[in-house]
Design a protein around this ligand. Structure first.
Ligand SMILES: [Zn+2]
Ligand SMILES: [Zn+2]
Length: 170
């Protein structure tokens, strides 16, 4: 969606959009369009503040067993938008808090797609499990331990044989 900043600030209500994002990266596939809301306020002649939020349903591989796992991505964002052909970094109008980002724009409109793409990447969790108790794959034979038991782990760490096994390996 193309956002015309001056117009968006005038209507004084949130802009809603639903957009399909492809190839978001980070090993994620989005299953449905991203739903987002943008709010624009004018602060000065060429300065706008923008806040908003997004929500998307994605799918990613479990970090332990590799099973495709659904994950809901949610993100809130804040920007200060400055329409300046040549960014002047020394002037006022910077973001006041650290979650906020200053964007310099060549013209007073922007594509919501670019913002959503950037924010989706920030929303992606570093670690995703299919289940908190996922047993993962056996490091030796590669069997998915959630579905099957393999012979590799027969001697567990606490058994008196474990120390013997360690000795044999060395
Ligand atoms: Zn798993
Ligand atoms: Zn095994």
């Amino acid at each position: 969606m193309e956002i015309h900043l001056a117009d968006a600030a005038k209507i004084n209500k949130p802009l809603n959009t639903s957009e399909i994002l492809e190839n978001v990266g980070g090993g994620f596939e989005l299953k449905v369009p991203v739903d987002a809301e943008f709010r624009i306020h004018q602060q000065a002649a060429d300065v706008y503040s923008m806040s908003g939020s997004l929500k998307a349903l994605a799918e990613t591989a479990c970090n332990r067993c590799g099973k495709l796992t659904p994950v809901v991505l949610e993100q809130h964002f804040k920007y200060v938008l400055r329409v300046e052909a040549e960014p002047d970094l020394s002037t006022e109008y910077q973001c006041s808090d650290e979650d906020c980002e200053t964007l310099f724009l060549a013209e007073s409109s922007l594509d919501s797609h670019e913002i959503l793409r950037e924010q989706i990447l920030l929303a992606i969790p570093l670690r995703q499990l299919c289940n908190e108790s996922c047993k993962g794959l056996c490091k030796k034979c590669g069997v998915n331990l959630n579905n099957k038991k393999c012979q590799c782990g027969e001697i567990n760490e606490n058994s008196p044989f474990a120390i013997l096994k360690t000795l044999q390996q060395n």
